[in-house]
Ligand binder design. Structure first.
Ligand code: SER
Ligand code: ZN
Length: 599
């Protein structure tokens, strides 16, 4: 079936809000019964009595609206599988009963069974395969969940939030009841049931409260979970310290199974991972594996605030949670390394990944802005552009505003949008207002695809003792975007003197030198900056620490590259210089070789 195109510009608010969802599952591999009770209220701003509930591959048993069971003529099931209810003009209680077949579910979304374990994946649009529901992230509700299942097959029954009740039903069946105290969109719903074992610990939070941390796995994997638990504790402590964001639940669970189809998912209080992203012992894992596991655990945990407490209004805003969370994950990983050289190695790795994957995406037929304008299938937009370039866009804000300014902006963003569904514009707005900056031009990073080039020209005037840097930006056309407007590019620069020291920088208009590196703000197609008191010809260190996701065009001489390899006090650029130098040497060797064979 050809899917329709969804456009960002066509966003409309939901017709109805859901305040509460109460779900009861009777688990069965082929016939799981789902009973859902929705507490619904019309959105006063959009008076429309029709209420659309998404549904896919569901067997409907009954619908009751305010105690009236609907006849077949009182609702419509659309071709898509969605359910349309009419006349929901008052706050209402809607009860729906349906049956699903988790064994037959091969869509990788919704509830499925694999090796006798039941589990869910609801991002982006998987909840509609569990029950009829307005499956869109701007509908946020409080969930309670009861799971009934046979003890022998499913000794462990988990869902989001806090465990409020558990017990026996009869000799064969038992149940658990879960209550998530926070509103959430349906894509963060999770259920896991099966034969699992856990490693657990009570961990003291900064606020003095204790939280129960659990890592659930298939019994044979229990010995490989220690590192995961340690990583989770580090991530919790780091978010408290760096961003003042605390764990808000009494219990935080991670489940890792060999059969989870995605890499990892940040469901509220119940993250689900594929085993390969989490399990490790020194006997089987390399240092790189350990670093990767620490990062993925942090990534999913850090979503608790950036993604879950503040979520996305619609899927066009995916980078709002993913770009920001990848950035936070990168900062976490760097802080765990501590040592400046190790941090630089991490930065070099991240940039190499971006250049290999994202630059290629931006230069090809799939090029798209970090916030796309349209999609046919949202699952195709979980890209390196949305994730990794998205993280660079966030990092540029930190570069422009400074760490403190960025923190002020993030605080404001969370204060204003906690418990709601936000947009990328909301994020930019919070950053701008908290720092009294105009970031309207910066918004082009969200709307324009492509990797900008920045051509650098330098001119040293020995008589005046001045050094002029001219930056010219350009960006090739990408599909649907023939012409680009100038980007707002933070371009970090230093000038290194012959002794190998960075020179104090003073622009013509300034009365004194300020610092030995400077973030130039390139906002036009071409701009020049003239530094004074430059008595000897320096070597420039450009776009330090990869200050923007751009390609810098500047022809260093081999001698300058040798010099920067030795002296640049930005370790990222020192490595860049060495890499460029190696490339020059390889080019030279190839040329010599070709020359030799021709003779
Ligand atoms: N939302 C999941 C993540 O954390 C799956 O893409 O990246
Ligand atoms: Zn993520």
């Amino acid at each position: 079936m050809a899917s329709a195109t969804t456009y960002r510009k066509n966003y409309t608010a939901p017709t109805h809000w859901v305040d509460k969802v109460d779900l009861i599952f009777d688990l069965h591999p082929q016939r799981t019964r789902v009973r859902s009770t929705l507490t619904v209220r019309p959105n006063e701003n959009r008076p429309n009595d029709d209420f659309l509930l998404n549904g896919r591959d569901l067997e409907l048993i009954s619908i009751t609206v305010n105690n009236h069971e609907l006849a077949r003529t009182e609702y419509a099931i659309l071709d898509s599988g969605d359910l349309l209810l009419h006349g929901i003009s008052e706050p209402s209680t809607i009860k729906i009963e349906n049956v699903i077949n988790p064994t037959a579910n091969t869509s990788l979304l919704g509830l499925y069974v694999s090796n006798n374990n039941f589990m869910t994946q609801c991002e982006a649009e998987g909840f509609r395969r569990i029950t009829y529901y307005p499956d869109r992230p701007d509908v946020m509700a409080k969930f309670t969940v009861r799971i009934n299942a046979p003890k022998s097959v499913c000794p462990v029954l988990l869902s989001n939030g806090n465990l409020v009740e558990e017990g026996e039903i009869d000799n064969n069946w038992h149940y658990t009841r879960w209550e998530d105290p926070f509103k959430k969109p349906a894509y963060l719903f999770a259920l896991v049931a099966g034969d699992l074992k856990c490693r657990e610990e009570r961990f003291t939070l900064k606020n003095g409260k204790k939280a129960l941390l659990q890592i659930w796995v298939e019994p044979r994997n229990l010995d490989k979970t220690e590192f995961a638990l340690e990583s989770l504790k580090k991530a919790i402590a780091w978010d408290e310290k760096r961003f003042g964001l605390e764990l808000d639940l009494e219990r935080f669970m991670i489940v890792a199974t060999d059969d989870f189809t995605m890499g990892a998912m940040e469901n509220k209080g119940l993250n689900i991972f594929n085993s390969r992203c989490i399990l490790a012992t020194p006997a089987v894992a390399t240092d790189k594996d350990f670093a990767r596991i620490e990062s993925v655990i942090a990534h999913e945990y850090l979503h608790n605030w950036t993604g879950n407490r503040v979520t996305c209004r619609d899927w066009f805003q995916l980078t709002l949670k993913e770009g920001l969370t990848v950035f936070r994950e990168q900062e976490f990983a760097a802080d765990m390394l501590g040592d400046p050289t190790a941090r630089a190695v991490k930065r070099i790795e991240d940039v190499r990944y971006l250049r290999d994957r994202q630059f290629a995406e931006d230069a090809g037929p799939m090029a798209h802005p970090i916030r796309p304008e349209s999609y046919q299938e949202i699952n195709n937009f979980y890209t390196t552009t949305v994730y990794e370039k998205g993280a660079e866009v966030i990092r540029m804000m930190q570069t422009l505003l400074g760490k403190e300014g960025f923190r002020r902006g993030l605080d404001q963003y969370i204060r204003l949008h906690d418990g709601s569904a936000a947009t990328c514009d909301d994020f930019l707005d919070a950053m701008a207002k908290a720092n009294m900056r105009d970031l309207s031009q910066f918004e082009r990073w969200y709307s324009q695809a492509g990797t900008p080039h920045v051509l650098v020209e330098t001119h040293w005037n020995p008589r005046a003792g001045s050094y002029t840097v001219t930056l010219t930006q350009s960006c090739a056309a990408t599909p649907g975007q023939p012409k680009k407007e100038p980007f707002f590019i933070p371009f970090d620069i230093a000038l290194i003197n012959a002794k190998g020291n960075p020179i104090p920088l003073q622009l013509q208009a300034e009365t004194a030198a300020k610092g030995t590196s400077r973030v130039l703000e390139l906002t036009e197609t071409q701009q020049s900056w003239t530094f004074i008191n430059i008595r000897e010809k320096p070597v420039p260190s450009l776009a330090r620490n990869f200050s923007a996701p751009i390609i810098v065009d500047y022809d260093y001489t081999p001698d300058e590259l040798v010099f920067l390899s030795q002296h640049d006090n930005d370790p990222f650029n020192r490595a860049e210089a060495m890499e460029k130098l190696s490339m020059l040497c390889i080019d030279e060797m190839v040329a010599d070789f070709e020359h030799g064979t021709r003779m």
